[in-house]
Design a binder for this molecule. Structure first.
Ligand code: ADP
Length: 191
């Protein structure tokens, strides 16, 4: 089993890369953002709750997110050769919960890949994506700034969390999509 965490600021390209990498390495892709958006479009209770945070650019509370992630893993575990986690974990509590969840199943995080790009480049990408994505959190610079602030306060500490476990691999997230995929793929292939 190869379990990969894709890590990076909003707009770093986690979703784009995960969609390619899941095919290449036959991994199950779990994007917590996508699961929330699916629930919002189906007007579930979880969706209504998540929307109230996402619309402001804030993180959804850990208790909600961790339970949802655990359900997603349970649903797919039988067929999974490994996972690519995209947008999870985003807090230390989530990272600890992921370690516990995986170890209960005899697995672990094998590598965390941090996609690096600066905030100016990312803001431009998000605003561009907002023109077509229909995502309300991508069209408003104030919300984008809140998402970066949330990342810097709550998610950035995970860099040290995974460095301590010797699992962190930093990848330059600027360049052609294919080039970046190659950078990540060579890390996954070497695990
Ligand atoms: P991006 O990486 O571009 O911000 P995502 O789709 O990963 O896009 O996330 C969109 C929003 O969904 C986040 O701003 C947050 O509100 C919510 N979200 C996604 N994943 C998590 C998580 N692990 N914990 C808390 N909130 C999350």
């Amino acid at each position: 089993m190869k379990n990969i965490v894709l890590f990076g600021k909003p707009g770093a390209g986690k979703g784009t890369q995960a969609s390619v990498l899941k095919e290449k390495f036959e991994l199950v892709h779990i994007s917590t953002g996508d699961v929330f958006r699916y629930n919002i479009s189906n007007q579930t209770e979880l969706g209504t709750l998540a929307k109230s945070y996402m619309d402001k650019g804030e993180l959804v509370p850990d208790s909600v997110t961790i339970n949802m992630l655990a359900d997603e893993v349970d649903r797919s575990i039988a067929e999974a050769k490994g996972y690519i986690f995209d947008g999870f974990p985003r807090t230390t509590a989530q990272a600890e919960a992921l370690d516990t969840l995986l170890s209960e199943k005899g697995m672990q995080v094998n590598a965390t890949i941090a996609l690096e790009a600066d905030e100016d480049e990312l803001t431009a990408r998000l605003l561009e994506r907002g023109k077509t994505s229909g995502r309300t959190d991508d069209t408003d610079e104030t919300k984008i700034r809140t998402r970066f602030a949330e990342y810097n306060a709550k998610t950035a500490p995970l860099i040290e969390f995974y460095e301590k476990q010797n699992k962190l691999h930093s990848v330059n997230g600027i360049g052609e999509i294919d080039q970046i995929t190659e950078r990540i793929a060579s890390i996954i292939a070497s695990l």
